[in-house]
Write a protein that binds this ligand. Structure first.
Ligand code: NAD
Length: 510
């Protein structure tokens, strides 16, 4: 598959499903359009599967999984090493394909893929990660050990905004642990998943271990209700995450469902303002604000800090360049679709109506030659307050809101009392302030002078409150726990005959 940087023309490409090591064309039925956001035109058609296709995918996965699970973990790791090498070898074309559907600039798409590669790299250590625990001589001739065994067939449902990273967050640990994986990508950015599956096959992954089934709510519900799917990992918006979590859990599945976010960056009076502003600009507007770890709210502490910050932000924003996703000089590209653009514009209108000061209005921006693209210029609000709905909800666009606070305590209360709790950052030179912030803030991922504190692949990713439903986080050692079940074995191998007398009693620690 290649990406054409000119406006797509001619026959529409059909995005296939991927089953048992081959692409499978969608046959009639329901379909949706896949757009190129830089041009605002349809570039491909995506067949939406019905439950019978899922049944087939699960049956193939179920048949293939025991052999894969029985392979020694070092050999599964070798497939992962090769998978990583193949992705690296075509990172440029994968990034272009990703950008053409998402709209983020190619450099961002490479970052998206690289973050996924980091997780593959982590699970290359699967022989070590799957080692259990052992206690010797817990009783007469008795040892206890625990094993980690795969669940069987598991599934992942992913959002539009990280079309490579988030599928890889899920599928790499799931597969390395010995499971078979059904991936249901976002309808808006479906193609990268198919290419990743092709590369996995090329890397030596047996057929049926990675299945890609495209679809909408129909297929999500079918996944949640399917008796042979034992666990579901979901990333998307919070209402859907909660729904998926509840329905899957009610069907007895292990669930982890990551939701929306509204991350805050607190700027203390002693912060290195140049550094903080550069970081905030990248985190607020990068990828058009369509990152769950974006920084759409800044909280300057003290009025003087607020004035200095506002001025510095305005200077920095003036230098931002909005462009098409394949423009190497663009800082960010279009948002993902027309409906999403309209939703962001609604929030801007709402902010004005609620009484926030609209300092910069990104609506009405048009890029010459790309008038139909879904572009928005950087938008900046000041004097936003916690009572405003435009503050309480996730906007997910290139919109930055300044919420002024008088004290550190007041500033910490803002992200802490917000419905979302994904990430929160503080910019300061004071270890004391940073320590207090770290201890008190109610968010799952904290940055100290780091605007987007996404944990590296050998830690785990997850928010609090309505940003995540379920107990275990994405990737890192949590993912190994999520995609395996623990079996604990208490064994007695007698060294003398006397224990025969005790064979009907529960072993104790004598
Ligand atoms: P979304 O919730 O619209 O879609 C996510 C997935 O759910 C897609 O695969 C979609 O097909 C499916 N889906 C959509 N509507 C459904 C319904 N009614 N029933 C069942 N399934 C449904 O999310 P999106 O717009 O693709 O992604 C953006 C959202 O994802 C933002 O809220 C963002 O914050 C969040 N996100 C969170 C994280 C995180 O780790 N917390 C990471 C990335 C994105």
């Amino acid at each position: 598959m290649t990406n054409q940087p000119n406006a797509p023309q001619g026959d529409l490409r059909q995005v296939p499903h991927y089953l048992s090591g081959s692409t499978v064309a969608a046959h009639g039925g329901r379909a949706s359009d896949v757009f190129n956001p830089s041009f605002g035109v349809v570039q491909a058609r995506l067949g939406l599967a019905e439950p019978d296709l899922l049944d087939l995918a699960v049956a193939q996965a179920k048949a293939a999984q025991p052999t894969w699970a029985a392979l020694n973990p070092q050999r599964r790791a070798r497939v992962m090493f090769e998978f990583k090498r193949l992705i690296e070898a075509e990172i440029q074309s994968l990034a272009e394909l990703l950008s053409a559907e998402h709209g983020k600039v190619v450099a961002d798409s490479k970052g998206d893929i690289q973050r996924g590669l980091d997780v593959i790299e982590f699970v290359c250590g699967i022989p070590h990660l799957l080692k259990g625990e052992h206690s010797e001589a817990v009783g007469p001739d008795i040892d206890v050990f625990s094993l980690r065994q795969p669940l069987g067939v598991v599934a992942g449902i992913t959002p539009f905004n990280f079309p490579a990273m988030i599928p890889l967050w899920m599928l790499a640990p799931a597969i390395a642990c010995g499971n078979a994986f059904i991936l249901k990508p976002s309808e808006r950015t479906p193609s990268v998943s198919v290419r990743l599956a092709e590369l996995a096959t090329q890397a030596g992954l047996p057929n049926g271990i990675l299945q890609v089934v495209h679809g909408d709510k129909v297929i999500v519900d079918a996944i949640l209700d399917h008796a042979d799917i034992k666990a579901v990992s979901f990333v998307g918006s919070s209402d859907i995450a909660q729904y998926v979590y509840q329905r899957g859990a009610a069907a007895g599945k292990r669930m982890q469902c990551m939701g929306g976010a509204k991350n805050h960056g607190i700027v203390m009076p002693d912060a290195d303002l140049d550094q903080a502003v550069a970081d905030i600009i990248g985190a607020a507007y990068g990828s058009a604000g369509e990152r769950c770890m974006a920084l759409p709210v800044v909280v300057p502490v003290g009025q003087q800090t607020a004035e200095r910050l506002r001025e510095a932000l305005l200077t920095a924003i003036a230098k931002l360049r909005v462009g098409v996703s394949h423009d190497p000089d663009a800082d960010y590209g279009p948002v993902v679709g027309a409906a999403h653009k309209a939703r962001i514009e609604d929030y801007i209108r709402m902010g004005v109506e609620e009484g926030a000061e609209l300092v910069l209005d990104g609506r009405g921006f048009s890029l010459q030659g790309h008038e139909d693209g879904y572009f928005l210029a950087p938008t900046l609000f000041d004097h936003v307050t916690p009572r405003m709905r435009s503050y309480q909800e996730e906007i997910f666009g290139p919109v930055l809101q300044i919420v002024r606070a008088n004290t550190l305590e007041e500033a910490i209360a803002l992200p802490s009392e917000h419905q979302y709790g994904n990430g929160a950052a503080i910019f300061t030179r004071s270890g004391t302030a940073a320590r207090e912030f770290t201890a008190k803030v109610q968010a799952g991922m904290v940055g100290i002078n780091v605007p987007i504190p996404v944990p590296v692949s050998y830690h785990s990713f997850g928010g609090w409150k309505r940003s995540a439903f379920g107990d275990l986080n994405q990737y890192g050692t949590d993912s190994i726990r999520f995609f395996t079940k623990t079996k604990t074995v208490t064994q007695r191998w007698s060294t003398h005959d006397s224990v025969i007398d005790q064979s009907f009693v529960i072993p104790t620690m004598r």
